[in-house]
Design a protein around this ligand. Structure first.
Ligand code: ZN
Length: 145
């Protein structure tokens, strides 16, 4: 039923292109993705949109070798549970580094990349992924000078 994926993607367009969530003004809790109702305050809660900084830390991560349909081209790839600076945790692909370079608590930030291609028409979905924030961790290249 992969044809269901495209409409679902467009329904979450806002969340995918800007890292949007909700903040409850009443209790201060922050949620990702956006919510209309604060599960803590219920009817007393007042929700407002919150755009995340896009920065966070790797809470945990794993290597994906058997990808779901549409993601085969990316295997093997790293999926991380990213703890955003603002608190909520997001599951996302970690790119721009070798799997061996990913560390728990490593600082990461969002970047916008191709998420998947669908079907014969090659509909391409873009969305956020995470990459190392500070690339100084990279093994320094052999200096030629
Ligand atoms: Zn609340």
């Amino acid at each position: 039923m992969s044809f269901l994926a495209a409409p679902a993607h467009w329904r979450t367009y806002k969340e995918r292109y800007r890292l949007m969530g909700s903040k409850c003004i009443t209790c201060g809790n922050v949620y990702f993705p956006t919510r209309n109702l604060c599960p803590v305050c219920r009817r007393e809660g007042k929700m407002e949109d919150l755009e995340f900084s896009g920065k966070g830390k790797v809470h945990s991560f794993t290597m994906i070798r058997a990808a779901p349909e549409g993601f085969e081209k990316f295997t093997p790839y790293a999926i991380g549970l990213i703890e955003l600076l603002e608190g909520p945790k997001v599951i996302s692909q970690i790119v721009d580094c070798d799997f061996d370079d990913i560390k728990i608590n490593m600082s990461v930030e969002t970047c916008f990349r191709k998420l998947m291609e669908q079907g014969k028409d090659g509909i391409i979905c873009y969305g956020f992924k995470f990459k190392p924030e500070d690339e100084s961790w990279r093994k320094s290249e052999v200096k030629t000078s």
